[in-house]
Write a protein that binds this ligand. Sequence first.
Ligand SMILES: [Zn+2]
Length: 466
Amino acid sequence: MKKILRLFAVILLFITLGSAESIAQNSVQSPTDFLGYELGSQWTPHHKVMDYFWHVAEVSPLVEAKQYGTTNEGRELMLSFVSSEANMARLEEIRMNNLKRTGLLDGESSADTTAIVWLSYNVHGNETSSSEAAMKTIYELVNPDNTETKSWLQNTVVIMDPMLNPDGRDRYVNWYKSVVGDDINVHPDAREHHEPWPGGRTNHYYFDLNRDWAWLTQKESRQRMNEYQKWMPHIHVDFHEQGVNSPYYFAPAAKPFHNAITDWQSEFQYTIGENNAKYFDEKGWLYFTREVFDLFYPSYGDTYPIFNGAIGMTYEQAGNARAGLGITTEEGDTLTLHDRLTHHYTTGLSTIEVSSQNAEQLVSEFANYYQTAQNNPKGDYKTFVIKQDNNPDKLSALFELLEKHKIEYGQAESGATLSGYNYKTGDTERVRVSEGDYLVSAHQPKGVMARILFEPRPELERFCDL
Ligand SMILES: [Zn+2]
């Protein structure tokens, strides 16, 4: 009898150990537990950031991840989708419904008002703190103890791209590791604060990926755009870093804006900025808004989403390649990687919160944007005409670009003489459109983007609006 009891006890112990292990396997580890160090105490190389995001996707029912491409140097590009379990079960429905809302997909959209927030990290490779912040952000989104983030995910899908420029980032991180000593040196003259040319800002071909959203000359941009067009988010944040002595920058941006930016897009930048400011004020962190960073050139990570109906924003933390793991600022403070990632983490969550709180209006204004684009576009021109006798290679390159942006084009079925602006002479005059000439109508879902790319003279808002 004793023997049997002992055997029973052994079995019981085995079962208990087994289930404890499976519980551990089924809970999401924090970045610190997963990586073995505190975030901010060192950099996380690209492959480990990917490992962490895959870990979260494997363990949490609130997350799915996909690899959407590779860089020129073969590094992985990935997206994570985060929402409530109920939303994750109908993720494809949410995506398609949103595309129907834009008119890019046929069919009636439903009354669903799930907000879609897209967060883009580390497009400039040596502005490194945001990818560290991304890990903290996704952890707090899925951490079961954080009930606040769970409530936001009830009506919000968060799409995270943890590292847009892995080649540039690893170039910087590997360089830094090669010059830093056992202890960091916070003196601004130390070698670790002077990244040599070409630096990690750009991608493999030294192209600035935050100048490539509209032109899509680079592999990373083209692969990302393919995903962006499938989702068409309502909010897009592009995380950056600026000089070490600047306070944090968040929206609203500096005026004057491009006049295609709607009142709603402008107003909601204020709403988001006020929510961010609330958290920064609580902590006594410095920030500024409205002084620099324009919303004009269409190939940035803030303007491109804006001209595609979203609230697009740049967030800028002090840091950059100059900061290293810690640097003394002009004020005599020490700015650390930990400070930098904490600020980006805070604005990231704040943006998701305010998007969730305003999801209904966000979605309805987004739908309005696309209704207006199709039915009542604001620009001066109804149609852009491209003569069919242009260089065929240039024509096909142009059409390929339009297709990547989902801008529709067609051909004239008959000839006509009309009043129009002639790009060659710079005059408004009688122009001949021939049968077979290519036409891009301003009346289409992507009419605003078409206008931005084709208009002869982009216009800022009137000065009396300033
Ligand atoms: Zn930047």
